[in-house]
Design a protein around this ligand. Sequence first.
Ligand code: BTN
Length: 251
Amino acid sequence: FTSRNDGVIGANVAYKPVAESTNTEATMGLAQKDGEGTVYIVDFQTKGRGQRGNYWESEERKNLTLSILTYPAFLDIANHFYLSKVVANGMVQALSEFGIAAKIKWPNDIYVGDFKVAGILIENGLMGSKLSHSIWGIGLNVNQHIFNSNAPNPISMSLVVGGELNRDEVLQAVLGAIDGWYAKLRNGLLADIDAYYFGALYRSQGKFWFEADGERFMASIKGIEPTGELVLEDEKGALRSFAFKEVSFII
Ligand code: BTN
């Protein structure tokens, strides 16, 4: 990869052909005090990690598997979900540069239609009530066409646009877009971040079936709390907040 970025995110890019997990590479970078916005990227992960203890599988040299190390010491822990919004907004914006209309499936999936094109894995470090560091792991399906049957509903950018994409160009777009949203966060432009995020939110319009604690109910999405809880309005007009893992879409 030759892509770099003029801003904070991706000013330094540490490439290796193979590693266990780029999030682990970033943790090692943290230990040696690598700078803000350093990107760790590989062609293949032997132990790629997904959410909820899942594996992240990605065919060698087909996709993007990378992690970004940041030190958002300015951000209060109560606002930690803005980091997820920064990454998700950046992903949606980057995909739009390739003509792909992606959506954010709360809390950390990027969808095209009803298919998952990317996943985000954020690992935060705390110092009192502030964030000492944050590692943003991104797995983006770029040119992969055949997927393991236990991957739920995968798609790649290439399957959407119908042609092979240049991974370096996609990387450049991803780093540039995330850099722009991270700059907005540093400048306190939270309303801008919220507006783009909600506009890109999967199923933000209309009523859908949800399941929480064995209960099924119809609800519409009202918003996302700064700490990341999903706020739903049920059919009786009651507002209910749910953390990740507490609630899921049924279909
Ligand atoms: C998910 O959807 O479950 C999140 C997937 C995150 C995968 C990326 S690939 C690069 C980085 N390194 C990892 O081990 N995981 C993240």
